[in-house]
Design a protein around this ligand. Structure first.
Ligand SMILES: C[S@@+](CC[C@H](N)C(=O)[O-])C[C@H]1O[C@@H](n2cnc3c(N)ncnc32)[C@H](O)[C@@H]1O
Length: 288
């Protein structure tokens, strides 16, 4: 199995500084890359993932490594952390990790709709059992004002207006059903206008759709507010974000609460080894 490569792993472990007998919440378990290191240091880890497939991958992996003794997987969205904490954890934590975004299998897997190479789907729900709105619905039913807001505010897309025009024209002929179809519309427009970009021009729009489908900003705000209520004084909270809007939310939260914090970026060596880390920003703050 091609496990997700954890981003800023050493930095996160050094900052959280897990010790035997301490308890952490990994609110974004993924494939368990970060949790495994916390468990190896003798800490207890409660771990959440809203995607049951990833939850199972990580749980099996941790069992194979014989690290399950102090590992407690909990399925659910971190926006529901308070009720999960009250039910299962019940005591103040020594630290929390949030490694936002997607794991590699979600990002590139066929049938999930997150990628502009996906020929099967334009879904983008992290948990199709508990969520209704899909990216396909947004692209095919939202009116041009709603799409304009999404493309400008979340994607900061300079060509929002003409791209929305192209999308509406395409969907009038037949519904846009896959990441590939949507990606092609965006790419073809950029090519037609001879605009060159460093990364695929569809990247920003896909990210914005994912954020909207999964209410990522609201969920993040909720858990940040909660983080100070469920950690001990001196407990550390590490947040890795991959989008300037997400990072702004974390930064503003730190300023608003007058918290001592650090900002850390991946090294050149890490970005070279793992290009998916290129946009990562780690912010670490303490509950004081
Ligand atoms: C970048 S991956 C985490 C990778 C992990 N740190 C590792 O090293 O394997 C993010 C994970 O968080 C999960 N996730 C995203 N938003 C979530 C939310 N609101 N609640 C729970 N899990 C979420 C995703 O399903 C994904 O598995």
């Amino acid at each position: 199995m091609n496990y997700h490569q954890p981003v800023l792993l050493n930095e996160v472990v050094n900052l959280l500084d897990p010790q035997v007998g301490q308890t952490f919440l990994d609110a974004t378990l993924g494939h368990g890359g970060h949790s495994i290191e916390l468990l190896k240091k003798g800490a207890t880890v409660y771990a959440l993932d809203t995607d049951s497939e990833n939850q199972k991958i990580a749980t099996d992996r941790i069992e194979t490594l014989k690290l399950s003794k102090n590992f407690h997987p909990l399925t659910g969205n971190f926006s529901n952390t308070l009720s999960l904490w009250k039910k299962h954890i019940k005591k103040p934590l020594d630290g929390i990790l949030l490694d936002l975004g997607l794991s590699v299998n979600q990002q590139s897997g066929q049938g999930r709709g997150f990628s502009f190479h996906d020929t099967l789907s334009l879904d983008m729900r992290l948990n199709p059992k508990t969520q209704k709105l899909t990216a396909e619905e947004i692209i095919n039913t939202w009116d041009k004002e709603q799409l304009y807001e999404l493309f400008t505010k979340l994607a900061q897309e300079k060509l929002a207006k003409p791209l929305i025009f192209e999308i509406i024209r395409a969907r009038q002929i037949h519904p846009i059903k896959s990441g590939k179809e949507l990606g092609n519309i965006i790419e073809n427009y950029y090519q037609k206008k001879h605009y060159s970009t460093r990364h695929n021009p569809a990247t920003k729009i896909f990210l914005a759709l994912r954020i909207a489908v999964n209410h990522e900003f609201d969920n993040l705000k909720k858990i940040l507010e909660l983080s100070l209520k469920i950690t001990k004084t001196g407990g550390g909270i590490a947040v890795i974000s991959f989008h300037s809007g997400e990072d702004r939310i974390v930064k503003q939260f730190i300023i608003k609460n007058n918290l001592s914090s650090q900002k850390i970026l991946p090294t050149h060596t890490e970005v070279k080894k793992n290009p998916l880390s290129r946009s990562a920003i780690l912010r670490f703050y303490k509950n004081n």
